[in-house]
Design a protein around this ligand. Sequence first.
Ligand SMILES: [Zn+2]
Length: 311
Amino acid sequence: MRDDESVPPTPRPALFAAATLTLLCLGATGCGGGGTTQARPGPAVASPSSATASSPAPASPSPVHSSPAAPATRKPTPSASAPEAPSGPLSGKTVVIDPGHNPRNHLHTAEIARQVDIGTTHKECDTTGTSTNGGYAEAEFTLDVAHRMRTLLKAQGAKVVLSHDNDRPFGPCVDERARIGNKAGADAVVSVHADGSAVGNRGFHVILPASVRGGAADTSKIAGPSRDLGTRIAGLFVRATGSAPSNYIGGNSGLDIRKDLGGLNLSTVPKVFIECGNMRDPKDAALLTSASWRQKAAQGIADGISSYLNG
Ligand SMILES: [Zn+2]
């Protein structure tokens, strides 16, 4: 569902978002609202990185991913038993996948209700997430998509870290989810979710971090790169799944910006959320419960990450 948060989102950058997504939707199927967005003369919101959606060289500083230099005394030893770094276009890159919620959160309601500091305010540690009317839990969905993404990204040579893998009784809390990405020195982090909204509300949207500062929260350096990451994911999610951008959030842009999510506010590395569909809508639920559709969803997200990391 809308993650740990029920606060209405901030005003959305519909104009720039529509413009940027339109660029990525060229040639893709299912770009809802394309007819109207194409009529726009250009990004109405001046934004230095709004053009990066089509730019081959996004300003992705990856400031924290400076691989520590190998100790001087350590020489390459081809026969060593150290795990081999797979080669591929994403070699040397670290991706953190954050599967939203936890299948056992509902057994730990007191623990997940604990308030945690997200810099700008305090929020619940985590929430149970939503489910389809048939009982397919969001937390199962997010783990499944995360596993599929991990396979795809590792095949390209990326180092992939999951924030959890159904290996803990609840959580992690949203602040820890952010720290996991930070500590990993991730080049990109994606938090995977599915929404729980009214019937008739359909489609996906990517949530980008607003630029916020407060306490331990300072997203001023990651807001731009995260927008690039999220815009690429939105466009390639459309291409992989054929799904249209949300018809109820983001003005058909597939993009939303929020300042109330701890998992974003506390991140020091580029990070976005994706709500892959609405579990409470029967048509979207039919997609979300389909393994073949989830593979397409994972492909679209992984493609967006790859596009961002490859520049
Ligand atoms: Zn969620």
